[in-house]
Ligand binder design. Structure first.
Ligand code: 0RQ
Length: 501
């Protein structure tokens, strides 16, 4: 087969992953590609982990700052975390070993809205980016790069890093070429201009990433699949959540607040999100569109069935079966999918303009509508805020979903006060559990509390929540958002003490 490294100068830089990893210095800030298990470098992080392990064994401490698009995979986050090679991680991760290190206080983690990352680097808020390690699907003769299955922050990493290392993955489908829209019109304040994107499918940039060839210090050829982890079949709880949501959307259409094709959908990742998409695929709405971060199985299926006309995202996140479908029918999907930098897929200006229906999962909500997406019992990180804040604050309608209980019923996901706040009561409009849906739009805190308890809380926890609200209304110094501050976290402390709320 002919090499995908078509630029002669870059062919001179071909080397093994081990040799490339030697070029990354200890203490470097490294910007890697990768977004929800797609398009991350596969060999260099593992080679770097081996080097770090050897250096540490020889008594020479070696750690890096690791920046990505979002979560990656065991070959990247997992490999580097297992050798304790990451001093500081940003902006989002979901790796079990990293999570353990972060919660043990051994890895610093800066959890940033995904739309903020690129601009923070341009502003100089995060320090210097030393090396970019980017997976691409090919290199053109003139040195432009064919992006892979995710775009993430790659444009910014390539522009901002002093040095660039490329992993050219020949397993990525050549049909990816032309599916990307890389926008080069972003300016810095005070020179910013409007982003000219007014329809989900608009192409406002170019299909390729630019690359300053003089900065490229290594090119490594790989032939490795993306992570592609399977989804669970929708269970009764996620199906019930999907059912409530679809009934609600039908009601909004009836009231004339949404058209029969709704508005562009944003959907978080995970099993509930996938169940909602499966529900929409069977549901009454036609000619739907999506302006989202991650295109997962459910959306691929909706494109296939014709329910979904077009989808914009920054990354694919597919199960092995869906990845196979994508491969087989890439000619069909490339007409209907565009992948953009995450600063555009998650851009507040564009989200507000398009008027998205944002649907994200959460850890817990409180009776007044504050949402915690990231922390367990106030102090342990689960994953991170990801794009949920970008979408929630700026959407036409912001929906948060969770089962009403966790850990077999020992935890109520509806609590008096959330133990950590990611989305405030001002950014949260609709809360859904398998019990029902609370539409909080236009309601005062006291009205919201009543609705959240009666519609969303598990029946086992409703009496205690009602009791809290009643006593707060008697004992709180102010009656706008009545709380008993001595008691507001007692559900969490009871769980930590006794193993149930
Ligand atoms: O833990 O596996 O140890 O039992 O949290 O919960 O129910 O499997 O739900 O996988 O959809 O994840 C919010 C974490 C939900 C995810 C969150 C425990 C529960 C389980 C996972 P175990 P489920 P999901 C676009 C949008 C933030 C980023 C985001 C997330 C584990 O959706 O990371 O929205 N969101 N991005 O047992 C203690 C509670 C709990 C609880 C659940 N109340 N207390 N533990 N759990 N509720 C995508 C991107 O930005 C990339």
């Amino acid at each position: 087969a002919t090499s995908r490294v078509q630029n002669p100068a870059l062919r001179q830089r071909l080397m093994s992953a081990r040799e490339a990893a030697e070029l990354i210095p200890a203490g470097a800030n490294v910007g890697m590609s990768g977004f929800t298990g797609a398009g991350y470098p596969k060999l260099i992080p593992q080679a770097l982990a081996a080097r770090i392990s050897a250096e540490n064994a020889a008594g020479r401490p070696f750690r890096i700052g690791l920046w990505t698009g979002a979560s990656t995979a065991p070959e990247l986050d997992g490999a580097l975390a297992r050798v304790n090679g990451v001093e500081m991680r940003l902006p989002y991760q979901s790796d079990p070993t990293s999570r353990k290190l972060i919660n043990a206080g051994q890895m610093e983690y800066t959890d940033i809205h995904l739309s903020h990352v690129a601009q923070y680097v341009w502003f100089g808020f995060l320090g210097k980016l030393d090396v970019a390690v980017i997976e691409v699907a090919g290199i053109l003769p003139d040195g432009r790069l064919v992006p892979s299955t995710s775009v993430g922050n790659n444009k910014t990493w390539l522009e901002q890093a002093d040095k660039i290392i490329l992993e050219v993955n020949s397993l990525q489908n050549p049909g990816l070429e032309g599916m990307h829209d890389i926008y080069y019109g972003t300016q810095l304040p005070p020179k910013r201009v409007p982003i000219p994107l007014v329809q989900v499918g608009d192409h406002i940039g170019e299909p390729y990433l630019h690359c300053d060839l003089s900065k490229v210090i290594a090119v490594v050829e790989t032939h490795q699949p993306d992570r592609n982890s399977a989804f669970a079949e929708p269970d009764a709880v996620s199906q019930a959540i999907a059912g409530h949501l679809i009934e609600f959307l039908q009601h909004e259409v009836k009231l004339g607040r949404l058209g029969p094709d709704l508005l562009p959908l944003q959907s978080g990742v995970g099993n509930i999100a996938n169940a909602v998409l499966a529900g929409l695929d069977q549901g009454p709405f036609e000619h739907l569109t999506a302006y989202t971060e991650v295109l997962q199985d459910g959306m691929l299926q909706m494109l296939k069935s014709g329910k979904l006309a077009y989808a914009s995202a920054t990354a694919l996140s597919l199960s092995p079966a869906a990845a196979e479908l994508f491969e087989r029918e890439i000619a069909f999907f490339r007409q209907r999918i565009v992948l953009r930098p995450q600063e555009i897929s998650n851009h507040p200006e564009v989200i507000r303009r398009l008027g998205l229906i944002a649907m994200n999962s959460m850890i817990e909500a409180d009776i007044y509508g504050n949402v915690n997406s990231t922390h367990v019992m106030g102090s342990s990180i689960m994953n991170g805020i990801g794009g949920s804040g970008d979408f929630a604050r700026n959407a036409y309608m912001s929906i948060f979903m969770t089962p009403s209980t966790a850990k077999g019923g020992a935890i109520s996901c509806i609590v008096p006060m959330v133990s950590h706040v990611d989305h405030t009561e001002h950014d949260v409009q609709i809360i859904v559990t398998e019990q029902g849906l609370a539409d909080l739009r236009g309601l005062s805190p006291k009205e919201r509390a009543k609705l959240v308890i009666e519609k969303c809380a598990h029946p086992d926890y409703r009496p205690a929540l009602r009791d809290y609200v009643r006593r707060a209304a008697e004992g709180a110094p102010g009656l706008h958002t009545p709380h008993l501050l001595d008691e507001a976290f007692s559900w969490h402390t009871r769980y930590l003490r006794e193993g149930h709320m």
